[in-house]
Write a protein that binds this ligand. Sequence first.
Ligand code: KGT
Length: 284
Amino acid sequence: MSLIAIGQLTSTSSLPHNLTQCRTLIARAASLNCKALFLPEASDYIASSPTESLSLCQPTNKSEFVTGLRAEAKKHKLAIHVGIHEPSWTDPKTKIRNTVIWIDENGHIVHTYQKVHLFDVDLGESGGPVLKESAVVEAGEKVGEVWDVEGVGRVGSAICFDMRFPEMSLALRRRGAEIITYPSAFTVPTGKAHWEVLLRARAIETQSYAVAAAQVGRHNEKRVSYGHSMIVDPWGKIVAEIKGREGEDNPEPEIATAVIDRELLAKVRREMPLNRRIDVYPEI
Ligand SMILES: O=C(O)CNC(=O)[C@H](CS)NC(=O)CCC(=O)C(=O)O
């Protein structure tokens, strides 16, 4: 039985300020003896334009944000899963990658995943946001790997909008995932309508923990995020939640914790085996 934490913050275009918020969350998770802390998508920064996003993006080994987190992980012996931006491999002058990294308790980056599904929406007619992630972000081309975290379980990652595509979560489950993470920065209207339902559905259909750390509050004059970070157990029950606070411009960074109950995981999978009829759905 291991305790894990999710952290919620309001990233802005100030990387030092974002690192300070993350340090607060790390210290809290460490003081509760958590094995791992899961931080949101784009914890390093949320910019107000594609140009600004590009200008803030640094190679991972040169990023003070990432170096700072690695030092904290080592100091506290706490693993950290965090969403960041990294330059494109092929086109670093005009494109970035939206990624997550897993920093182990020794401060080493040992796993990474690049967001596959990009968020291009125009909800203007419904009074919602207009966002075109693909303007500056390059899409990943493969499902992430799944890795074992001693005493916690096998972890696989999807990022934010990826959660709307059940096939990605099912693929991670097939690769052995027991805990699927969805670091996010959901918009307020789509969050109100879909966030909880999507996460509970992903947890129920994969019979896995859904661990969703989210951005919250006002990032800049154009962007506000929904918050409501949560952990859902394999039976679909919300076992940790950080209330929204999307209406507050500067909510305090917060954590919530839950125990990963491996007996529950085994019981849910044993009692109701979901034998997928992949032979019937060749299209997907
Ligand atoms: O812009 C960055 O730097 C970080 N990336 C994000 O915030 C991304 C792309 S704009 N947001 C989402 O995917 C929200 C999805 C969502 O809200 C939904 O599916 O309803």
